[in-house]
Design a protein around this ligand. Structure first.
Ligand code: SAH
Ligand code: SF4
Ligand code: F3S
Length: 515
């Protein structure tokens, strides 16, 4: 049995991952057994060691399956999901498919979904309804739903009952099985449902078709064991599994050799990196210290959890070089009571302490965050504590959300006395503070010289170039298109509400300017 067959056979033999009750419920739609998800199973955290497979390859029998066919992938989720789409695009292309950006031309359409909030899910159901139109015109078109929503039994149930024009449903743990799933979908008249509730092993060498050649995403770990009470991710992404350092370092070296300028390290809780290694004592700080030595201009990471942010990591980040001075550090709330029922496992005081340590070590650091307002029973005072904390830390930007109950999470069962109107109003007030502080942070750059990685032309004006500074500030300036992909020095002339305007100075040799 070769490695691929072994992995494949493991997938078939995953009885503990499927929920027999769910299967029985679905049996009225299908005569055969389908592998449906179970959030209850997904919640379990086993002690079994993570296995690594280094020599993944698509079996010969599938090659050529996509000759003359086109694929289209729409991604709804976070950067992790975007990166999964790059892997699936890579698999499609190895099968011989060509990419298309027109759904109507596609022979296979995948919706790579996100389950984080209800509105993310509603968008997908809307799109699924819309896809019916294309399917009627081209009944041969295969429609697939994958990503985090597929991991929820209620979603799979809804698709089975209401969206019968869907051909394939698979989850986040078996995207490498795409060739098998496609083949089954071509051969079968029934919907192919293959979702594992339990995470698989760590697979290396999956093909990837990266979006762009300037910035690249690199997974350093998968899953999350934090179980914040509002969050669906630990159920949809499984337990924490870290990639081996040598694999990560090798991948980044290759990207550097191919001319990539910036790496974004990905994980749902990157500060837990290495916690699961049983043979080595190696954490995110150690990894960053190694990556610092790679000849690539910028390395970022997302997302940090304040709880696991250790002193060694701060010490390493303070060394600068290709480690940028921007940290995204979701705080979620400024109230100890709310943090407690969110199970964030830190207090407001601990958070301030962490911020103080980071600022002492990296004085010019830009901190950004995520905040949830309107948590069940959040009081006006508790909300005010969030606003106060935001100001006191001096965050430079934030993603802000109204709490959205996710089925299967503990928070979804909480009685909530905060009316939706109040939640909206709080979001509004918080956003005003976020905007105020973002504008203030930008103003400080007036007349300064900043280092910009030029990513392309400005969204609004084709004659302007756009890129980000090390501290993640968007800069627009006039310049030749040849500058795209280079790091340049720009003199800031104007600070707008969300971006900086400037004048091109010169192309930078690496790390001349530390902004
Ligand atoms: N792993 C990341 C979070 C990924 S989800 C972290 O811990 O930082 C991104 C953000 O979505 C979270 O930080 C949180 O602010 C928000 N979020 C998660 N679940 C949510 C929910 N049920 N309702 C509203 N916002 C939520
Ligand atoms: Fe969700 Fe919390 Fe894990 Fe982030 S750390 S993915 S918010 S459970
Ligand atoms: Fe969404 Fe899944 Fe990412 S729920 S935020 S796509 S991990």
């Amino acid at each position: 049995m070769n490695e691929e067959q072994r992995i494949a056979s493991q997938q078939v033999n995953q009885p503990s991952t499927s929920n027999t009750k769910t299967e029985k419920d679905y049996s009225k739609y299908f005569e055969r057994v389908i592998t449906a998800p179970s959030l209850k199973e997904a919640k379990k955290r086993g002690k079994e060691e993570v296995k690594y497979h280094k020599d993944f390859a698509i079996p010969q029998e599938f090659k050529g399956m996509g000759e003359g066919r086109k694929f289209f992938i729409r991604t709804y989720g976070c950067q992790m999901n975007e990166h999964d789409s790059e892997v699936m695009a890579g698999i499609f292309m190895e099968l011989g498919y060509d990419p298309t950006d027109k759904i109507e031309e596609a022979d296979a359409v995948l919706l790579n979904t996100c389950a984080i909030r209800e509105n993310a899910e509603n968008k997908v159901f809307g799109e699924l309804g819309y896809l019916m139109k294309y399917k009627r015109k081209n009944p041969e078109m295969l429609i697939g739903v994958c990503g985090c929503m597929s991991q929820e039994e209620s979603v799979v149930n809804k698709i089975l009952t209401t969206y019968q024009h869907v051909d394939m449903v698979f989850g986040t743990h078996n995207i490498h099985r795409l060739p098998h799933i496609l083949k089954e979908a071509y051969m079968s008249k029934e919907m192919v449902v293959d979702v594992w509730s339990k995470e698989g092993d760590v697979l290396e060498n999956l093909p990837k078709k990266r979006n762009g050649s300037i910035k690249a995403w690199v997974n350093i770990m998968y899953g999350c064991d934090k179980f914040c009470t509002y969050c669906i991710v630990p159920y949809t992404r499984g337990k924490e599994r870290s990639r081996r350092p040598d694999e990560i370092i090798q991948e980044i070296r290759e990207l550097a050799a191919h001319g990539y300028q910036e790496i974004m390290l990905l994980g749902q809780n990157v500060n837990a990196y290495g916690k699961d290694f049983t043979d080595i004592n190696y954490r995110l700080g150690d990894l960053m210290d190694e990556l610092r030595k790679i000849d690539i201009p910028r390395i970022r990471f997302t997302t940090s959890h304040p709880r696991d942010f250790d002193d060694h990591l701060i010490e390493v980040l303070a060394k600068g070089g290709n480690l940028v001075e921007h940290i995204h550090l979701p705080v979620q709330s400024g109230s100890n009571d709310v943090l407690k029922i969110m199970a964030r496992k830190y207090t407001r005081e601990h958070f301030f302490d962490l911020v103080r340590k980071i600022k002492e070590a990296i004085p010019n650091v830009a901190l950004t965050t995520d905040i949830i307002v309107g948590y069940p029973n959040e009081t006006e005072e508790q909300f005010q504590e969030t606003i106060d904390l935001y100001r006191e830390v001096g965050f430079e930007s934030a993603f802000t959300y109204i709490y959205s109950p996710r089925e299967g999470t503990p928070a979804a069962k909480m009685v909530d006395n905060v009316p939706q109107e109040v939640k909206k109003e709080r979001l509004h007030r918080l956003n005003a503070v976020v905007e105020e502080l973002s504008a203030e942070a930008l103003k400080k750059y007036k007349d300064a010289e900043v280092e910009v990685l030029v990513e392309g032309t400005s969204k609004k004006r084709d004659d302007m170039l756009a890129g980000y500074t090390r501290r993640n500030k968007l800069v627009n300036f006039a310049g030749e298109k040849e500058l795209i992909g280079h790091i340049v020095k720009v003199k800031v002339t104007d600070a707008k509400a969300y971006s900086l305007r400037g004048e091109f100075v010169e192309v930078v040799k690496r790390h001349e300017v530390e902004v």
